[in-house]
Every structure is written in C-alpha cells, then in structure tokens.
Design a protein around this ligand. Structure first.
Ligand code: COA
Length: 208
C-alpha cells in the first residue's frame, strides 16, 4: 500500500532513510537530515510525500521538490526533482522501489508536473522512463557543459513541456543542509542508534 506520510511517521521514515542510504554513497549518510528539514521547506510538495507499507511496516518513502532550470537566456524555468527515495535494505531489489516510483510519477503527472531531473543510477531509473538529461540539453551545474553526465537524469512527464530549450540545473539549496550546517547535522545524527561508518567500494570517490 502507498499512502501520504503523516506526522506520526516522521521519525520512522527518517530512520528508514538512514538505513537505506547508510554507507551506500559515502561512509554513513546525510539524506535523513535532508528529509528532516525539507518538510517545512517552501519547495516541498506534501501531496507527493509518500510512504509504502508492507505487513503494517513502512518499507519505502519518496519525496518531491520544486526546482528550476536556468535557461540560456538567464530566465528561470519551473521544474521539479525528487529524492531521497528509500526502500528498506531488507526489501531491496524485489520491485518495491520501482512500483513506488511509478505510482509517484503518475500522481506527479496528474498534478501538472511537466519535467523531473535528478541525480541517480540509470540502471534503476531507466525502468521508470528516465534517460540522460544531456540528451534533452539539460546541463548539470557541477559538470562541464558539453559532458554527458552519466548520473544526471531527466524525464518529461508532460510531452512537449521542455521542448527544445537548453539550460542548466542545480539541485535546490535544501539538499545541502548537512554540508552547510555540519554541527547541527552531527547533533541530529547522534539522536539515532550508533552505526558504523565504512569506506566501501562503489561509494562516491572511492579509491583502492
Ligand atoms: C534505489 C532503490 C530506491 C531501488 O529500489 P528497489 O526496490 O531496491 O529496486 P527495484 O527492485 O524496484 O529495482 C527494479 C530494477 O531496477 C534495477 N536496479 C535497482 N537497483 C539497482 C542498483 N542498485 N543497481 C543496478 N540496477 C538496479 C534492476 O534492473 C531492478 O530489477 P532486478 O532486481 O530484477 O534486476 C533502493 O534500492 C534504495 O533505497 N537504495 C538505497 C538508497 C538509494 O540509493 N536511493 C536512490 C538514490 S538516487
């Protein structure tokens, strides 16, 4: 079952996010803190703050945010992004993540969300209709404009919404709260049960 997140779920969902992201992209993770603060961010979209339940337990969550693309003529083009998206480690690779995402994309489309872009693994997101954003001439703020960024993905939910525009995307500021406020993040992190941070192959910037 997929339903809207309720305030009573907040701590459980933040813990789920922490479990899902822990040591995946870096030693430890910060995504649960992003979620913790984002619910009061004006860019947050409460209608797309969704949890997935199985056996009366929350096993999945996804949230969406307003975003924008700076077009080549310097104007701001309304767009959207999503994440963190989490499936509890015990339920990974059983089709739940794709099911939850497809449900959320359908809702997003019904709400008039025309375009999504985000950073992620194309091997998962291609199943939900995403492709490299560079193919749509959407560039990533932190990479050379000409490069085909393998982890930067996009999808037009409403055909023709983006058209043949060209522009550059930077994630919403709310995604960088842990880097901007490391002490506040550490205090928040300390409120969870201790977990070991590990440097593992496959993480961003991992070198043998
Ligand atoms: C990413 C995540 C949401 C995917 O959910 P999931 O339920 O595990 O994925 P699904 O079972 O629905 O995957 C569907 C298909 O996508 C592909 N896929 C999913 N995860 C993948 C991965 N890590 N690497 C490569 N392909 C992947 C596979 O083709 C999979 O089908 P298969 O298992 O039959 O091969 C979940 O694994 C998760 O929470 N991961 C940790 C947090 C995270 O990385 N979030 C996304 C940040 S961008």
């Amino acid at each position: 079952m997929i339903r809207l997140e309720q305030p009573k779920d907040y701590r459980e969902v933040e813990n789920l996010t922490r479990e899902a992201f822990w040591n995946v992209y870096r030693p430890g993770c910060t995504e649960h803190y992003v979620l913790h603060l984002f619910r009061t961010n004006p860019d947050f979209i409460p209608e797309l703050d969704l949890v997935m339940e199985e056996d009366d337990k929350i096993i999945g969550h996804v949230m969406f945010s307003k975003a924008e693309i700076i077009l080549d003529d310097s104007s701001h083009f309304p767009s959207w992004t999503f994440g963190p998206i989490s499936i509890h480690p015990a339920y990974k690779r059983k089709g739940y993540g794709l099911k939850m995402l497809q449900y959320a994309l359908e809702k997003a489309k019904e709400m008039g969300i025309g375009l999504l872009q985000m950073e992620g693994n194309i091997e998962f997101y291609k199943h939900a209709g995403f492709d490299l954003a560079s193919k749509m001439k959407i560039h990533y703020h932190a990479e050379p404009r000409e490069s085909e960024v393998p982890y930067f993905l996009a999808q037009e939910l409403i055909p023709g919404y983006w058209g043949d525009r060209e522009g550059t995307y930077a994630p919403p500021k709310g995604y960088f709260v842990a880097e901007e406020h490391p002490e506040a993040f550490e205090a928040y992190e300390a409120s969870f049960p201790k977990k070991e941070k590990l440097r593992l192959p496959g993480q961003l910037g991992y070198e043998e």
